[in-house]
Design a protein around this ligand. Sequence first.
Ligand SMILES: [Zn+2]
Length: 408
Amino acid sequence: MIIKLFARIFLAIALFNGQWLSVNAQLAVNLKQHITFLASDSLHGRMTGSIDEFKAAEYIIEEFKKAGITNTKGTFNSKKYLQHFIYHPKVDSVKTTVSGNNVVAFINNHAANTVILGAHYDHLGWGLAAHSTYRGEPAIHNGADDNASGVASIIELARLLKSSSSTKNNYVFIAFSGEELGLYGSKWFVEHTKLDSTRTDYMLNFDMVGRMDSNKLLIGGVGTSPEWNEAMKNISPSFKVKTTESGVGPSDHTSFYLKNIPVLHFFSGQHKDYHKPSDDENKINYTGMEEIIGYTMKLIKNLDAKGKIAFHKTKDDSNDNAPKFTVTLGVMPDYTFEGEGMRIDGVTEGKPASKAELKTGDVVIQLGEVKVTDMMSYMKALAQFKKGDTTKVKVKRGNETIEHVINF
Ligand SMILES: [Zn+2]
């Protein structure tokens, strides 16, 4: 079935290994090669800031270069594909360091606007206690679906877009690091790149696209631009598409949404190997991945002549409500904040924080009786409440300290 679908999308043929193969056949070979390498034991789970992260980055850079995709300076200098980031978040009031590298590549079509395609390439190493859902002896978390699948997708999308007829935008491809620890790489990118939201057309995020086993693709963020539904309408994929509105979610597109850029998050669904050592390459659904890539190419084509698409704020349906909490403030915490307290990066309309008139930029320093000094103490404070509880929240807004009543 996939062969037929792709024969329709890619009529071109390419020379590969001395044989004439269709582009889709090469696509399948390439995807498998990328994931096999990135999710191999030799990379020890691609922990942010580790030598293994660097090896993964080197591989991604080489693949971009092979596909003829330059760095943002327009050259093939390997070092210039790297964007270093460093943060000092507090954990239990102790200053810690998170540093790593994003990989950034660029197709310059000399267009007015730029489309961003991103996927995080870091994973959990040997399993971080706070993040892994696996309990047992330390073991390598290969992260084949999470998120070698997304990285393989953007490398191949770069290759396809390089020779496509969708040339009315420039394209930036970013492999983020620091995602699993709290969206550090994407946050750094939006803050430190001279990212002009008026010239950034939209951002597509690929996080866990390798397990389309129920023939369904979940697309988050369709509320972030009125153009999304229209652009998707005339694509008839062989899979079902289930959409959600919110621009906020547990991955890197959130950083772009918070800068008023329309976003979509592609996700092939949750599974029992999520954040476990068993998220391995042999479980990847390559046919599904090829279909998602084909779908993305059509979506990009449908938007090609539209110019900069409009941005809409969404009623955010998923943010800080991790399962262990029975209540939520309805805010997006700034995980990278280095000061004392929990800085709010976004407020969800209709939720307790917005009802109490808290704002982006406010720093929560006390919730109920508990002093909030960092993310950890914020979560501890939140865990004490249940639905229906009323308490007070103290926030710093600029130099002022303000107190509000919170109804959970
Ligand atoms: Zn993950």
